[in-house]
Write a protein that binds this ligand. Structure first.
Ligand code: ADP
Ligand code: ASP
Ligand code: MG
Length: 412
């Protein structure tokens, strides 16, 4: 029997009625002849609630206990879906991460999957076509026996990793939109659904803020060449559409220069004013930040107003902003900056497309279009298949829509 992994996100399992609807989708695939492993998220809003409780219990919580608490949302939905499938006359059982086991690192809160032992699930398939209902987002660090979680949105990664481990024919990620769009359809109504998108572009889109798939899931799909579809659980279970296929670049016939626009609010800007303009200064700033595990993204250096010193601007993840400022202040004597200015009301807007490799001037067009709308660019980065601009967050939607139209992505 061919094998299939189906993943259902939070809104798809938000109520018992929605879980029953998921069971109908699963039943269809079982009847079509697949052995099925289903990966489920927690009911929508549940993980946020659990995270809130941990933070309420202690500001400096133990990350192992955080994982114990937040992994529980998926335990509930896996059990409920197994019950709903049994109710329909199908054989099914739930699996928690530690039962399979899905073995991970011990980086609690953002653990990485090291290996998955698919033996038990495959035995269930071959014995009596038992459907495996797997709790997404969670695993176990075997040396300590502790429950781990894979970071927010991690059920996508559980699903793709499981598909690779049991050599599934494909992995279907069911969500509340019917595929990957040229940009977030919640903010641009003219966004278009893509039939196919390459692994490379999807990886950039996810990294640059498109939360439709967790970054790591795309990395795994690309590495193990798992054909992955993003599709809707809101389709009629009797007549579903395929959604968007994430696949090799070579399998896409018509390539646009720009495939998608993404935005991320998880950025903060730091500017060090009047830094001495001499060798070693960049190292004195960025080495301590690296040692504190702060990822620096965009960097620009300009001559200060006094023309003898320089201003250095860079971005860090918003979650690391306070920590980055305190590290820099601790090293103020080595760096010798006069002022530290920060901004958290910034957003990074990016355009992604493999076509940029062969077309010049793609980013330049955007700078002009944004300027025409009166949007000030605070920082820029470019690489082979994307460019990003940092702007005031108040202009997020205007900037995303402007670039979306500029590159011909609007729906007719
Ligand atoms: P789930 O709970 O099923 O994992 P998510 O909320 O994590 O669902 O992801 C789906 C959401 O991703 C959509 O509702 C949509 O608003 C958002 N999204 C952002 N960018 C895109 C994009 N380019 N294409 C489709 N959806 C996107
Ligand atoms: N429930 C987890 C979260 O909300 C994992 C997931 O849904 O993918 O982040
Ligand atoms: Mg998600």
């Amino acid at each position: 029997m061919p094998r299939l992994v189906m993943k259902f996100g939070g809104t798809s399992v938000a109520t018992v009625e929605r879980i029953r609807n998921v069971a109908r989708h699963v039943k269809r695939e079982v009847e079509a002849g697949y052995d099925v492993a289903v990966v489920v998220s927690a009911m929508s809003g549940k993980t946020n609630e659990l995270v809130g409780w941990v933070k309420e219990a202690s500001a400096l919580y133990d990350s192992k206990e955080y994982d114990t608490v937040v992994a529980s949302g998926e335990q509930v939905t896996s059990g409920l879906l197994a019950v709903a499938l049994q109710e329909m006359g199908l054989k099914a059982r739930s699996w928690q991460g530690w039962q399979i086991p899905i073995m991970t690192s011990d980086a609690h809160g953002s653990a990485r999957i090291a290996a998955i032992d698919g033996t038990g699930i495959l035995q269930g398939f071959s014995k009596d076509r038992e459907i495996a209902v797997v709790s997404g987002f969670q695993g176990v660090h075997q040396p300590t026996g502790r429950i781990t979680t894979l970071g927010r949105g991690g059920s996508d990664t559980s699903a793709v990793a499981l598909a690779a481990a049991i050599q599934a024919e494909r992995c279907d990620i069911y969500t509340d939109v019917d595929g990957v769009y040229t940009t977030d359809p919640r903010i641009v109504s003219k966004a278009r659904r893509l039939d196919k998108v390459s692994y490379e572009e999807m990886l950039e889109m996810a990294s640059l803020g498109a939360k439709v798939l967790q970054v790591r899931s795309v990395e795994l799909a690309m590495m193990h060449r798992v054909p992955t579809y993003v599709r809707s659980s809101f389709d009629d279970p009797a007549d579903p559409k395929l959604g968007t296929l994430i696949c090799d670049e070579e399998d896409i016939m018509e390539q646009q220069v720009v495939t998608g626009i993404a935005y991320s609010r998880d950025e903060a800007q730091i500017t060090l004013r009047n830094v001495a303009d001499k060798p070693g200064i960049a190292a004195s700033i960025f080495v301590p930040l690296a040692e504190a595990n702060v990822n620096v993204d965009m960097i620009i250096q300009v001559v200060s107003d006094d023309t003898t010193t320089t201003d250095i601007t860079f971005t860090v993840p918003a979650a690391d902003y306070e920590r980055a400022c305190s590290v820099l202040n601790q090293h103020k004597d080595d760096i010798q900056f006069r002022d530290l200015q920060g901004a958290t009301d910034v957003v990074k807007v990016s355009a992604i497309g493999v076509g940029m490799r062969s077309h010049a001037g793609v980013a330049a067009k955007a700078f002009k279009a944004l300027a025409d709308k009166g949007i000030n660019i605070r920082a820029i980065t470019t690489s082979e298949i994307k460019f990003s601009v940092l702007i005031d967050s108040a202009y997020t939607e205007l900037a995303v829509r402007t670039l979306h139209s500029l590159y011909g992505l609007d729906q007719a």
